[in-house]
Write a protein that binds this ligand. Structure first.
Ligand code: AVJ
Length: 321
């Protein structure tokens, strides 16, 4: 088959892989890390000693539960909408407190993965059976649009895990704007932002010696192999992490150890790699108060409160309109 003749794609994955691997420099989006295996690898990352983000945010929620939950609570109860709910380990701290205090609220976890939502709902049924859970399958944006006129009572939007860090600032502003547009005057946004810190600490978090992060990155190549009939030799690529302390941007790459050719049958594409050529796969942005205030102002939001862990590695901010 001839190269570069395919113009019609049957999925966003196909289209993005095609454009990313025919670009110079090459890139693939980290959103494609997450399938069943990728979800499991990310769970493993959250348990790595080097990956401080999860513990820091857990501690922030554990040490400030009452203050945070009180900020959530509205006169007629509220709807707690969590974008990217995951396994809910951190959220359960708040859910348990709200339940114990008999506060009136519905929990609306939003996720693209129905499987993730089913597992979360199942575990909540066991651990906190009295909570009203209303899972919302879909993209963040579509779900936010749908929920913006869902109910007249207060909405609290929760985005944990510094997930916003995967977005370039302009995309982060768009994301915040979409949330802002879905908010009414009394609503609030509670969001986690990993902070700038010793560059070595950041590098170590994305460079574990056990290779879990490497396997997580390479999962996008595995998905191309299995879903698009590719023949990436995973052994001939290695994971490389950089951190720019000035911009606060951690960047992940996969680097080809040798000159080689990869074929992706479903895209009718052959991709040539020079020795040491890179594929950029992820950014994990680190923030400080100035950047967060700037992002908020660009999205017509105000920072009204924040919570940090002891080492100030991580912060959760409250935003209002
Ligand atoms: C889920 C986007 C917050 O960037 O820290 C972990 C994903 N990548 N290790 C992050 C990730 C490599 C993670 N986020």
């Amino acid at each position: 088959m001839k190269n570069n003749t395919k113009t019609r794609f049957t999925s966003a994955f196909e289209e993005d892989v095609y454009s990313g691997l025919t670009s110079y420099p090459k890139h693939l989006s980290s959103k494609y890390f997450y399938d069943k295996k990728g979800d499991k690898l990310f769970q493993d990352i959250m348990n790595l000693p080097e990956y401080y983000l999860t513990n820091c945010e857990y501690n922030i929620l554990a040490n400030n539960t009452q203050e945070i939950a009180d900020a959530f609570t509205g006169a007629n109860g509220f709807d707690l909408i969590e974008l990217g709910a995951g396994d809910g380990k951190k959220t359960k701290l708040l859910l348990r407190y709200l339940t114990d205090k008999k506060i009136d609220f519905d929990y609306l976890p939003v996720d693209i993965s129905q499987n993730a939502l089913d597992e979360l709902e199942g575990s909540l049924k066991k651990e906190l059976p009295s909570i009203s859970v209303k899972p919302q399958q879909g993209t963040y944006f579509k779900t936010l649009e749908r929920l913006s006129d869902y109910n007249s009572r207060k909405k609290v939007i929760l985005v944990l895990g510094s997930n916003i860090g995967n977005l370039l600032h302009k995309d982060a502003i768009d994301f915040l704007k979409q949330i802002q547009e879905a908010m009414s005057p009394d609503d609030m946004l509670f969001m986690g932002f990993d902070q700038k810190k010793n560059p070595q600490t950041v590098l170590d978090a994305y460079n574990d010696p056990t290779g879990v992060t490497e396997a997580f990155n390479k999962n996008v190549l595995e998905r191309i192999n299995s879903e698009l009939n590719g023949d990436f030799d995973l052994e001939s690529f290695f994971h490389w992490e950089t951190y720019n302390p000035e911009s606060g941007t951690a960047k992940s790459f996969l680097i080809s150890k040798e000159k080689q050719t990869v074929t992706i049958n479903d895209l009718a594409l052959t991709v040539n790699f020079e020795a040491w050529e890179s594929i950029h796969t992820e950014i994990s942005q680190k923030y400080d108060n100035m950047i967060v205030e700037w992002l908020a102002s660009q999205a017509d939001l105000k920072v009204t409160d924040s919570f940090a862990d002891e080492k100030h590695f991580y912060k959760n901010y409250i935003f209002r309109k």
